[in-house]
Design a protein around this ligand. Structure first.
Ligand code: ATP
Ligand code: MG
Length: 252
């Protein structure tokens, strides 16, 4: 067991968003699906310590996270690629990665910089040619890759990814999801997505968040078989509205 979220409630200035959310993140990809506004980012922020939960508990291998500040959560080995990447846009790509490695050093991890880069380049072979570019000048897909690479440079125990494929071309979406799958072989990942069809098969456990509550949890097979999921997220089995009156049945 790694991260245990129990009965978590969270919100903003008195408005409640998440209610009684419980889930576990162990190995592989733990996927949280949900429409816009469901509370996916609120969940990620609560775990990452950028939002203090109202109630409930967050335990990382038994250590309580819910009272920690964001930097303290990071020092516990939780790395985050937040919604819309949020890099240090004035710094070069390589310096963004160095800041990740600095975090690992502050946690007392031995950092072999060359080895760190080699690991990152194995997952993101597109990074070496852009290392000296300013992060703010990169495309959305490149920024997403750098944000995840920076998180990896911190040598985390847990990786939080908030909708990493948003705004990417379908080919890049497939490509990035493949890389996340690769990462998750060695590192537990909590992933939020709206893209159900492509992400469900990659997950070990899937949770469906609607209006701040988990309404369905299970392994991918069960998820793909659920009528609600098929209708709402895969667009299957829904009756399309008639565009015109049906023609009268032919007689005879
Ligand atoms: N900083 C904030 N202050 C106040 N309300 C917020 C804030 N951030 C989010 N909310 C509200 O909390 C609810 C959940 O938002 P959240 O961003 O967690 O949803 P989400 O599932 O990540 O959506 P999306 O798919 O659009 O990213 C929404 O009603 C939103 O308006
Ligand atoms: Mg969000």
């Amino acid at each position: 067991m790694l991260l245990e979220v129990s009965d978590l409630s969270a919100g903003y200035l008195g408005s409640s968003v998440l209610e009684h959310v419980s889930l576990r993140v162990e190995r592989g990809i733990t996927l949280v699906l949900g429409p816009n506004g469901a509370g996916k980012s609120t969940l990620i922020r609560s775990v990452a310590g950028t939002l203090r939960p109202v109630a409930g508990s967050l335990r990382l291998d038994g250590v309580p996270l819910e009272t920690l500040r964001a930097h303290q959560v990071a020092l516990q080995g939780v790395a985050t690629s937040p919604e819309r990447a949020r890099l240090f846009t004035d710094l070069k790509v390589v310096d963004n990665l160095r800041l990740g490695a600095d975090l690992a050093r502050r946690r007392g991890e031995a950092v072999d910089w060359e080895k760190t880069l080699a690991t990152i380049f194995r997952i993101f072979p597109g990074l070496p040619p852009i290392l000296s570019q300013r992060a703010g000048q990169l495309s959305g897909g490149q920024q997403q890759a750098v944000a995840i690479a920076r998180a990896l440079a911190a040598q985390p125990r847990l990786l939080l990814l908030d909708e990493p494929t948003t705004g990417l071309h379908p080919v890049l979406v497939r490509d990035l999801l493949g890389r996340i799958q690769e990462i998750a072989k060695d590192l537990p990942v909590l992933l939020t997505e709206q893209n159900a069809l492509q992400t469900i098969p990659l997950a070990r456990e899937v949770h469906l968040l609607e209006a701040g509550r988990i309404v369905l949890s299970g392994p991918p097979e069960r998820f793909l078989a659920d009528d609600r999921v098929r209708r709402a997220y895969l667009g299957e089995g829904a009756e399309p509205p008639p565009l015109t009156e049906p023609p009268p049945a032919a007689e005879g």
